[in-house]
Structures are given as C-alpha cells and as structure tokens.
Write a protein that binds this ligand. Structure first.
Ligand SMILES: C[S@@+](CC[C@H](N)C(=O)[O-])C[C@H]1O[C@@H](n2cnc3c(N)ncnc32)[C@H](O)[C@@H]1O
Length: 142
C-alpha cells in the first residue's frame, strides 16, 4: 500500500506545476533563452560537469537538469509529480536537449539502467518532503 504522506505530497506537487511554470520565480522566458537556473554556489561546487553523468533527484520540471545538460553533462531527472515530469519532457524537446526524465518516487528507485552516475544532485526545497531520509540516502548510495 502506498504511503499516505507520499500520496498527499504528490497531489500537492502536481497542483503546483502550472503556477510555478508561469511564475516570475522560475523565469521561464529567460530560461528558454539560455539563462542557467543554477546559482553560482552550485556551479562552483559542481565544477566542470562536461561529460559527467548526473542523476538529479526531485527535479521538479527540470530547469536544473536541463541547465546541467546545457553545461555539457548527460542528465537524468527524477520526480514523482507526473505533471512536473511531463512539463520537463516537453521543455527537453522544445529546447532540443537530450536529458531523460523518469516519473518515480525517489524512495522507490532501484538501480537505474542509465547508471552508474558520476554525480547525484538535488537542490532547494527537496528533502523536507521525504518521510525517510535514511531510505533516500540508501537510494543514493546504491
Ligand atoms: C521545491 S520542488 C524542487 C524545486 C527545484 N529545486 C527547482 O529549483 O526547480 C520539490 C520537488 O520534489 C518533488 N518530490 C517531493 N517528494 C518526492 C519523492 N518522494 N519522490 C520524487 N520527487 C519528490 C516534488 O514533486 C517537487 O517537484
């Protein structure tokens, strides 16, 4: 049986995608025109990602995934919101990028065909939604 906390979080995130996509915060026009959604702190910590395989957990509609792809990485984004993943896939096609997006609960991820990865990345506002951080860490380590 599905965890009720996951189920209600999933509904919440599905409902947020359209308004986030249109919001000033996500600067979608700038993004479409090449703006990098990673802040300098993330860019500095990651360094040169050219040629790296990156798994982006809780990717929302994929701005960071696609930014990393534009920086020369080969990226896979995962999110449990179907609306977010559908939007990410559409952006990927519209921007002629080659990232992959997977619709899944990160806590249920087992080994991915696309792995192993050089970097596993997640960013702002992602871990507070998880009922079990140890399980999340285990997914990352496998
Ligand atoms: C605040 S958003 C992430 C925003 C992202 N850092 C950005 O800048 O676009 C949090 C994301 O975590 C996802 N999420 C939360 N719990 C998840 C889970 N168990 N499995 C997969 N995705 C999850 C939500 O669907 C949502 O897209």
């Amino acid at each position: 049986m599905k965890d009720k906390r996951i189920e209600s979080n999933q509904k919440l995130w599905d409902s947020k995608v359209a308004s986030h996509f249109k919001s000033e915060f996500y600067r979608m026009n700038d993004f479409i025109n090449g703006w990098n959604s990673l802040n300098s702190i993330e860019q500095d910590l990651l360094g040169d990602v050219k040629g790296k395989k990156i798994l982006h957990l809780q990717c929302h509609f994929g701005q960071d995934t696609l930014s990393l792809q534009r920086m020369g990485a080969k990226c896979v984004g995962v999110d449990f919101s179907l609306n977010a993943i559908s939007q990410a896939k559409e952006l990927n096609v519209n921007l002629a990028l080659d990232a992959e997006f997977i619709h899944a609960d990160v806590l249920q991820l087992s080994t991915l065909d696309q792995g192993p990865f050089d970097i596993i990345y997640t960013s702002y506002g992602t871990i507070g939604w998880l009922p079990d951080l140890k399980a999340w860490a285990k997914v990352i380590s496998t």
